[in-house]
Design a protein around this ligand. Structure first.
Ligand SMILES: Cc1cc2nc3c(=O)[nH]c(=O)nc-3n(C[C@H](O)[C@H](O)[C@H](O)COP(=O)(O)OP(=O)(O)OC[C@H]3O[C@@H](n4cnc5c(N)ncnc54)[C@H](O)[C@@H]3O)c2cc1C
Length: 325
């Protein structure tokens, strides 16, 4: 049995593991089998992570985070967690291999999945014109024409933010009215760089190396048209990855794991959450990393409150792991 297991290998998970490892907790980090490294593995240049004035490629940044966490004693396993039992003093984490691991504390850093349009090439063009984050990528579209897909507050916020850089911003919405708040609508409608395209759905993305345009299909007539754009921002929501904890951890109305104030403490003792899985608003690499720090410090503090006989049962390597059930 370990002192701490971290689930997730994005900025939140690796930072939690880094801090925990430096506190000599020898954490086990479950990194996922195919999505290790988290969201930044799907992007190219990251220009807003402090400490990299020249920018850094997303996968390189995640590789550095992994190595830094391992350097201080984190053990990383490239497998997926399929179920968790979080009740009681000892938490059990089961992997897709069937292996079960136990710990006195668990940090959830499973992130949040941006909803996709489901179009061919959407993933391939991520970081090459297709984006889910104007704060992250808006800067790359100076004097370009871009489109935002969506009709909620976040779509209009993204569109308004993009007008700082882009020469023209289309907002593509499947209906003829918006879900966004009136204040946000008023702001967007008053911005002369923004043009709304109603009853329109993106049905294809055109590209060479990067995006050159999209096909729009009218949702009422079925008629197709072409729209030349160099950037396509998809703002149709995000789903926090919480399926593992349904029925065990409290969730917020936004679907994120509920935590106590500014802490990472969930409703269950010894269970902490960090990063995009608790954050409906900011969802940036640096905020996720900061949140991972909070989780590690909270977990460390929690472990100091446990009786010695429980702590004595922990090991810092695989000798105490359970065999597959
Ligand atoms: C294309 C793109 C570009 C972006 N660009 C920027 C940028 O330039 N700057 C910036 O600050 N932010 C950027 N972001 C946002 C940033 O990537 C996220 O805010 C950040 O990665 C969140 O970190 P996280 O650790 O909370 O979650 P994630 O990075 O999503 O990591 C979660 C991890 O948990 C793992 N996981 C989930 N479930 C399981 C399970 N059952 N078992 C094992 N592992 C599991 C996932 O596989 C993943 O590895 C971008 C996001 C995207 C999608």
């Amino acid at each position: 049995m370990r002192q701490l297991i971290v689930i997730g290998s994005g900025p939140a998970g690796y930072t939690a593991a880094l801090y925990a490892a430096r506190a000599n907790l020898r954490p086990l980090l479950i990194a996922s089998s195919v999505e290790a490294g988290g969201d930044l593995m799907n992007t190219t240049e990251v220009e807003n992570f402090p400490g990299f004035p020249e920018g850094v490629m997303g996968p390189d940044l995640m590789d550095k985070m992994q190595r830094q966490a391992e350097k201080f004693g984190t053990e990383v396993l490239f497998d997926d967690v399929t179920s968790v039992d979080l009740t009681g003093d000892i938490k059990t984490v089961t992997l897709s291999s069937g292996e079960r691991h136990q710990a006195l504390a668990v940090v959830f850093a499973t992130g949040s999945a941006y909803r996709k349009l489901g179009l061919a090439d959407e993933d391939r063009l991520s970081g090459r014109g297709v984006s889910w984050c104007a704060t992250c990528d808006g800067f790359f579209f100076r004097d370009r024409t871009v489109a935002v897909v969506g009709g909620g507050d976040s779509a209009l916020e993204e569109a308004t933010f993009l007008t700082r850089f882009a020469s023209k911003v289309y907002v593509i919405h499947r209906r003829d009215s918006l879900r966004a708040s009136q204040a946000m609508q008023d702001r967007a409608r008053a911005n002369d760089k923004i043009e709304f395209l109603w009853n329109a759905e993106v049905t294809a993305i055109h590209s060479a190396d990067s995006v050159t345009g999209v096909t729009l299909t009218d949702t009422t007539t079925g008629e197709a048209s072409e729209l030349p754009v160099e950037g396509l921002f998809v703002a149709i929501g995000a789903d926090p990855r919480v399926h593992l904890v349904h029925g065990q951890l409290d969730l917020t109305a936004d679907g994120t794991i509920a935590v106590d104030g500014r802490s990472s403490r969930t409703n269950l003792p010894g269970v902490f959450a960090a990063g995009d899985v608790i954050d409906p608003t900011y969802r940036q690499a640096v905020t996720a990393a900061a949140s991972g720090t909070v989780a590690a410090l909270d977990a460390e503090h929690f472990l100091t409150t446990l009786p010695d006989e429980l702590l004595r049962r922990t090991t810092s390597d695989r000798t105490g792991d359970l065999a597959a059930a």
